[in-house]
Design a protein around this ligand. Structure first.
Ligand code: DON
Length: 313
């Protein structure tokens, strides 16, 4: 890409953010985690990390927000790197659910009682249980180390207020976790595993960092900035596949048709989208639709996908 292309992309990003920001009126910020309810719903920002590592941003790209469910991709990466595919998928499935992200119903009705995939809360809590270490801090450090390396930001940290806010109100996640313990999917101290899960959901980022993470996934685990292969290709491939089939929860099918980019959303309003071999996108817009995805964020990605022909299908 030459400089002209970069100027063009920058203009498109700025204009599209401006045209899309009003979509936020159709959604609401998440309120079941009280600290998230304080976010300003009219924010919208985007960063793009191109194949050559160039970063371009528009709108509220420098506002911090928490990864929430986007972090499920990175805990899965750590579990796959620590234990391999066989161990992980003996404990969590590979199938989309069609249910909301915090649903409990299929956990009981499907036998054996393993969570259907690692992107729903039950599955991500099972994955958190697989991350080894003597203390919660040491277990979290494994995820933080990977994220710091991938984002190039050594200062990455957990937002303590969001973490506490979720921990104090997480009765549904607690119910899921204890059910998993009874079904022998989780072993060890359930509260410690939940604590790890709440903490990794509360890791704070900006769209710039999310775009970098997305770009590394788009490049099959290779980081153009450091010149290093940061993840095995196979792990990147599995994560991107889950992003297509389950990344936008029970809106994944609709998103695949309307946008067509492997993507993962979080209830703080973030979306990480990886266009294979082309670019990584990080989006932030805290107003959510009824399924928990950023309303303006999805629309922004749809418009860019149409304009730049980004659909993988
Ligand atoms: O466990 C929860 O409910 C949150 N920490 C994460 C959920 C989430 O981001 C779902 N996203 N759309």
């Amino acid at each position: 890409m030459d400089k002209m292309d970069h100027i063009n992309i920058q203009q498109v990003l700025e204009q599209t953010v401006q045209e899309t920001v009003s979509e936020a009126e159709k959604g609401e910020v998440a309120s079941y985690i009280p600290e998230l309810a304080r976010q300003d719903k009219r924010r919208l920002g985007i960063s793009v990390c191109l194949k050559d590592g160039t970063l371009l941003s528009a709108g509220d790209a420098h506002l911090p927000f928490t990864l929430q469910s986007i972090s499920k991709i990175f805990s899965l990466m750590v579990a796959l790197c620590e234990h391999g595919e066989r161990y992980v998928f003996e404990r969590v499935g590979k199938e989309p659910t069609g249910d909301p992200f915090n649903s409990i119903i299929k956990l009981e009705t499907i036998k054996p009682h393993k969570p259907l995939n690692p992107m729903i809360n039950a599955g991500a809590i099972a994955v958190a249980g697989m991350i080894p270490g003597a203390t919660v801090e040491k277990r979290l450090e494994k995820i933080m180390r990977l994220l710091r390396k991938m984002t190039g930001n050594p200062e990455l940290r957990v937002n303590y207020d969001v973490y506490q806010s979720e921990k104090q109100t997480a009765d549904r996640n607690r119910a899921l976790a204890y059910f998993l313990k009874e079904s022998k999917i989780l072993s060890g101290d359930v509260e410690e595993t939940l604590d790890l899960y709440f903490r990794h959901c509360s890791i704070e980022v900006t769209t710039v960092e999310v775009a970098r993470l997305a770009a590394i996934l788009a490049a099959d685990g290779y980081d153009i900035v450091s010149g290093e292969q940061l993840l095995p290709r196979e792990v990147a491939r599995i994560c991107k596949t889950f992003m297509v089939t389950c990344g936008m929860y029970n809106a994944s099918g609709e998103f695949a048709i309307d946008v067509g980019i492997p993507a993962k959303s979080g209830v703080a309003g973030g979306i990480m989208a990886s266009v294979p071999q082309r670019m990584g996108l990080g989006v932030f817009g805290p107003a959510l639709d009824e399924k928990g995805n950023s309303v303006a964020g999805v629309k922004l990605l749809q418009r860019l996908s149409d304009m730049w022909d980004l659909s993988i299908f």
